[in-house]
Ligand binder design. Structure first.
Ligand SMILES: [Mg+2]
Length: 382
């Protein structure tokens, strides 16, 4: 067969319908290396939904979404039910390549449920990418970069432990740290920021309070840590406290970011109008990568900085999707959180590696990762 004939055949295969014959919603419980304590939740086991979409020809695509009762309201049972009982049955018999027209129909049929929509979109794009030999990013956007510099979250009981962990992670290549605050007494939180800064004079530092502070505390933290040079303080106040946000951003020059308060494009505009300087974009909050790419463009228009984050602790499936997103948005200047690093065990054959402080966009088709179905079975919630 000559090259031209082979090309014709591969193009025909690439264009052939990709009929979905099966959609599985699989609940898993993935143990973390150590519990992650935040202001409003402690996560020691990640309860995540996996979505497995299978085409008539046997090709498979995978998606994932963390349950996040205190962020999206999604529980594991709710995520499973949304895909198993509502969204999955709508897709059986449909052509996965028709994703752009399927997507609005799914969102019309089931409002909210960002995690379920995101996991399903991820699986369909992974499937479509694999079937055509195309990276997921090339299906949804023009790639802007091929590597990202991930951040590491610090949330120990003492400053000494945070400093020791920061040094250890720096040796592995991390050079961007986020302090989890809003948990300990304020004075101690401020002292920790200074201690970590003193230990790591040149590294990038930021803090995330996960809605854990009152207005006066937030102001005291932002001003009290000025010399620690935090790049930003994320979600100091309750997710819906827009008046508080306005007062805070007027009272301090420290950039304030919004995470739990972002669930839609309207929230991004509202936060910007209230003086926020940046937002955290997560797939589960925005309902999938197509919407998140558009959100990144909106942030660019509004002059907002952008943090891209998977949810503690999604596996290399969602981390890969977050990585595709981080490489697709105009900027991700407030860092990238890839959460598979926090898992005791991943469910892909080769977890996304850190090399020289960077994580590279996988070059394989779809998400570019290989799911280990036996590991999935081991962690399946029966
Ligand atoms: Mg956050």
């Amino acid at each position: 067969m000559n090259v031209l004939a082979r090309t014709d055949k591969s193009e025909r295969l690439a264009q052939a319908p990709l009929i979905i014959r099966r959609v599985d919603a699989i609940p898993v419980a993935l143990p973390l290396k150590s519990p992650m304590k935040m202001a409003n939740a402690t996560v020691s086991t990640a309860e995540n939904l996996l979505v497995r979409v299978e085409a008539a020809g046997g090709q498979v695509g995978w998606g994932e979404a963390a349950s996040a009762p205190t962020m999206t309201g999604d529980t594991l049972g709710g995520l499973v039910a949304a895909v198993r009982d509502h969204l999955g049955p709508m897709l059986v018999g449909q052509d996965a390549r028709e994703w752009p027209s399927l997507r609005p129909r799914l969102h019309q049929a089931l409002l909210g449920n960002g995690g379920a929509h995101s996991a399903l979109e991820m699986a369909l794009l992974d499937l479509a990418g694999r079937a055509s030999g195309t990276r997921l990013i090339d299906l949804v956007a023009r790639p802007r970069r091929e590597v990202v510099k991930p951040m590491w979250l610090l949330g120990n009981k003492t400053a000494d432990e945070d400093v020791a962990e920061a040094h250890e992670k720096r040796r592995l290549g991390f050079d961007f740290f986020k302090l989890k605050v809003g948990v300990k007494p304020l004075k101690q939180e401020i002292a920790i920021a200074h201690a970590v800064r003193a230990a790591l004079p040149k590294t990038t530092l930021c803090a995330d309070a996960n809605c854990g502070l009152m207005l006066a505390e937030a102001k005291a933290y932002a001003e009290g840590t000025r010399k620690a040079r935090l790049m930003f303080v994320e979600q100091p106040l309750a997710y819906d406290d827009i008046d508080g946000l306005k007062k805070l951003t007027r009272a301090t020059k420290v950039p304030i970011g919004i995470d739990e308060g972002i669930h839609s494009f309207a929230d991004i505009r509202t936060s910007a109008a209230a003086g926020a300087r940046g937002v955290s974009l997560k797939l589960i909050k925005l309902g999938g990568i197509s919407a998140a790419v558009e959100a990144g463009k909106l942030c660019q228009k509004l002059g907002l900085s952008v943090n891209i984050a998977a949810k503690i602790a999604e596996s290399s499936i969602s981390s890969a999707a977050a990585l595709h997103l981080a490489c697709a948005v105009p900027k991700a200047d407030w860092g990238v959180s890839l959460t598979h690093f926090y898992l005791g065990e991943d469910i892909v054959r080769r977890p996304l590696p850190l090399k020289d402080g960077l994580v590279a966009l996988p070059q394989g088709p779809g998400l570019g990762i290989e799911v280990d179905e036996r590991a999935v079975e081991r962690f399946r919630v029966k």
